[in-house]
Design a protein around this ligand. Sequence first.
Ligand code: KG4
Ligand code: ZN
Length: 343
Amino acid sequence: MLVLGIETSCDETGIALYDGINGIQAHCVYSQVEIHAAYGGVVPELASREHVRKTLSLIKQTLAEASIDIQDLDGIAYTAGPGLVGALLVGSSVARSLAFALDIPAFGVHHMEGHLLSPLLDDNPPSMPFLALLVSGGHTMLVDVRAHGDYHILGESLDDAAGEAFDKVAKMLGLGYPGGPAVEQLARSGRSGRFRFPRPMTNRPGLDFSFSGLKTFTLNTINEHGDSDAVRADVARAFVEAVVDTFVIKCRRALSQTDHKTLVVSGGVSANLALRDGLSEMARPLGATVHYPKFEFCTDNGAMIAYAGHCRLSAGASEPLGFGVRPRWPLDSLPTPAIGSTG
Ligand code: KG4
Ligand code: ZN
């Protein structure tokens, strides 16, 4: 089965083709980062307009790259939520209209299920059940993944998502948007140990997260010590170390609670090398393995949506013709598809 994936939930237009036998055939991402950077964050109306401008031409480009005729598509997957409502509506309208014209099914995918499944696109994919740490700009979650679609949220952020905290700290440090990669880079030149930031909610039981206090602590440290280049680098270092330690502590706890031996980490922040190092070091003595998406599939992309859609469409999932998007959508409310079919 050949599925076209369309991702338009935020500030990336992602398009991909996934084939049940040969995997990803082609994918491309148009990032709107430069447009939003001038405003220091995503401007929803501008995001929608850019998706309108780009979605169809990217679909044509992706089909051409894979030398696939549009008539050969068997289904279309689009991100139906969570995300910005105007942005979501662009992808869903294009997907639904194309599917109607081609007389093939379309299916609205949960964006976080896309992230959750993205490591399965790897050459050496993990198998379920596993523990998933989802760390993106909008969500931070620990999920007990018992089977495809059988997701139990063990913990989540009570306030800011991890990526959001990176973006806000980047702003405090005078770095551009999006902040994650810039903070990561600055932290590399900082000294470890000059500042010690709190590891929020780690000294009490439970698997929830909170990053807003860490953000305030960062601001207070900058205000107290000035913002020389050396202070900024040391602050970035202390912030990254605190975030990594927090995830290491919570993932160790969640692995022990669930008895899983496989940890899957995905979403934009999973591109962070300090986080990858910290989690691998934690997992080694436990005999657990850690899986990440390929770097190109850490941040938003169409491949994860094409893949998640393929899993559901090939298992027979269908939707009525009328449709809506779901800007807010709990991950643990998804149905479990009957898995086993391929093609
Ligand atoms: O998954 P994603 O592309 O979008 C959402 O679904 O939200 O994640 C984007 C987030 C941004 O907050 C960005 O700053 C963060 O991921 N990010 C990183 C890194 N690369 C992207 N955070 C830390 N280190 C990175 N290398
Ligand atoms: Zn995302």
